[in-house]
Design a protein around this ligand. Structure first.
Ligand code: AMP
Length: 118
């Protein structure tokens, strides 16, 4: 069985988070360590550890993350200027919480898509 993460507890309301959206498929809350003026995590309520674990039966849940992202970008006032959506996977992707999630980042120019190695 997959180990539960802190995100499952946030989704169930068992630990505090700044939740900005929730429905039966997805929950969105502000990142605790924001990397931009808007930094929201959009999380499917049904946990999937990583993108490697995605299957066809997840298509509706994962497609819904984009619908929520578009709505939140409008609400945050960043839709017109633009924003970035990121899904990290495993070590090289920089994933630290193993409950698949989409980062919605915006509110300033975000620069290069990928940092160059130093
Ligand atoms: P990732 O590297 O894609 O796994 O991103 C995990 C994100 O979760 C990081 O940006 C963390 O700052 C964020 N995070 C971890 N714990 C919490 C929490 N309790 N509430 C909100 N965001 C969190």
């Amino acid at each position: 069985m997959t180990e539960e993460t802190i995100f499952a507890k946030i989704i169930r309301g068992e630990i505090p988070a700044d939740i900005v959206y929730q429905d039966d498929r997805a929950t969105a809350f502000r990142d605790i360590s924001p990397q931009a003026p808007t930094h929201i995590l959009i999380v499917p309520n049904n946990p999937i550890p990583t993108v490697n674990d995605v299957s066809e039966q997840d298509e509706a849940d994962l497609g819904h993350l984009f619908v929520v992202a578009a709505e939140l970008a409008k609400q945050e006032g960043i839709a017109e200027d633009g924003f970035r959506l990121i899904v990290n996977c495993n070590r090289d992707g920089g994933q630290i919480v193993f409950h698949l999630h989409m980062h919605l980042l915006g509110g300033r120019p975000l620069g290069r898509m990928v940092a160059r190695p130093k």
